[in-house]
Design a protein around this ligand. Sequence first.
Ligand code: FES
Length: 97
Amino acid sequence: MPATSFKVTLQTENLQETRYFSANADKTILQSAELAQIYPLSSCRNGTCRTCISTLISGEISYNIDWPGLSAEEKLAGLMLPCCAHPLSDLVMRLGA
Ligand code: FES
């Protein structure tokens, strides 16, 4: 069965550019971006370093680890870590916090 695919709208941190790519539910958002030849900053790729921190403007995600390096308050404020987040719907997100 093919993986569910969603559309991601990605704004750069300075809002000068908007990119679009498809993200499969079975891949992290960072992996899907890289498959589309979009390379957000990243380092640990396991939710620890926060290098990839981004802002989720709309859409639903899930994490493949129990405690990504975000506080509950940061998650409520829309911050996300695309290196360990998977899409559950179409997403609009912005690089950076
Ligand atoms: S690359 Fe380290 S938290 Fe995402």
